[in-house]
Design a binder for this molecule. Structure first.
Ligand SMILES: [Ca+2]
Ligand SMILES: [Ca+2]
Ligand SMILES: [Ca+2]
Length: 306
């Protein structure tokens, strides 16, 4: 009897562990499973070991209860360099990014990103609908900031939040933005990829457990149906000098892209075309397993009825 009870308890614990949503704390949870993308190139923005530097080690995604949990392991240097995350989560969108609405385009103008990206081309098939901008540093105290922009939404189509962790670079805020997007940051990683432009150790990249974690209501990104895609990249503090840290990753050897693809600064990243760089600089978030299971159950039910 006792044995049976213990077995049942263990089963219950296993079931609840499998169903537990990630905790928004900047630490990778078991629920994420295997990575959706792992870094392929050493970082040209400085190895975050022991201090400073930015690197994108791996991307993880988990959808549960109408929320996309997104975990990007690695480090974002506290010098207001940008982690830009683009979502292709609905039909339409911009494969070639346009300028902001004050400069002849149709994108919002929050921190000047659109003017710097105008003309930037994603890999074929990726048409951006939304973006997140994350940055941290010290300006009147430590702060971590997050902006959300609707691509093609015009001037006012953004939300912005500053100092979401109350005067700290790190922390967790489950409702950082009005649309319900939450963010957490743990900058303690000292492992992961090394500095350079050669092939990264993918085992080291996949071993990193800390970084930036987001909880994103699916409604905030257009209620995507089926699988959708995300392109993440680290840019300079003025959106005008791209690193070599993308997910999906670039092919080594590859230094920072800068503005011309060869590491030179020219004031814009709008001349860059990701089709000119091997591989897909985006990763796919599959349809949630529960949805697939429900669909499968429906098929089984139909077959039984037939
Ligand atoms: Ca977590
Ligand atoms: Ca789209
Ligand atoms: Ca490419």
């Amino acid at each position: 009897m006792r044995k049976f009870l213990m077995g049942a308890t263990a089963c219950g614990a296993l079931a609840s562990a499998a169903l537990a949503a990630p905790t928004l704390d900047g630490v990778r949870d078991a629920a994420y499973g295997t990575p959706k993308a792992v870094q392929t190139v050493q970082t040209g923005f400085g190895d975050a070991n022991p201090n400073g530097g930015s690197e994108l080690d791996a991307a993880y995604a988990h959808i549960e209860g109408g929320t996309l949990y997104l975990m990007l392991t690695g480090n974002l240097e506290n010098n207001f360099n940008k982690l830009n995350i683009f979502f292709d989560s609905q039909a339409g969108g911009q494969n070639v990014l346009q300028n902001d609405a004050n400069n002849g385009g149709n994108n919002p103008e929050n921190d000047g990103w659109a003017a710097k990206y105008a003309g930037f081309t994603f890999d074929t098939g990726f048409q951006a609908d939304y973006m997140l901008i994350l940055r941290n540093g010290n300006f009147g105290g430590d702060r971590f900031e997050i902006d959300f922009a609707t691509i093609g939404g015009g001037l006012g189509a953004f939300q912005a939040a500053s100092s979401v962790f109350g005067g700290s670079l790190t922390g967790s805020n489950a409702n950082a933005l009005p649309n319900g997007i939450g963010v957490a940051h743990d900058r303690s990683n000292t492992g992961g990829v090394l500095g350079g432009d050669q092939a990264a150790s993918q085992a080291a990249a996949a071993a990193v457990t800390t970084g930036i974690e987001l909880s994103i209501p699916l409604a905030a990104i257009g209620n995507p149906v089926g699988e959708f895609s995300i392109s993440a990249m680290i840019n300079g503090s003025n959106h005008d000098y791209l690193s070599n840290q993308f997910l999906g990753g670039l092919m080594p050897p590859q230094g920072n892209l800068g503005g011309d693809g060869m590491g030179s600064f020219n004031g814009t990243v709008g001349q860059l075309n990701l089709n000119n760089f091997a591989g897909e600089q985006f990763f796919v978030v599959p349809e949630p397993a529960s949805v697939a299971l429900v669909a499968l159950a429906g098929v089984v039910l139909l077959r039984r009825r037939a």
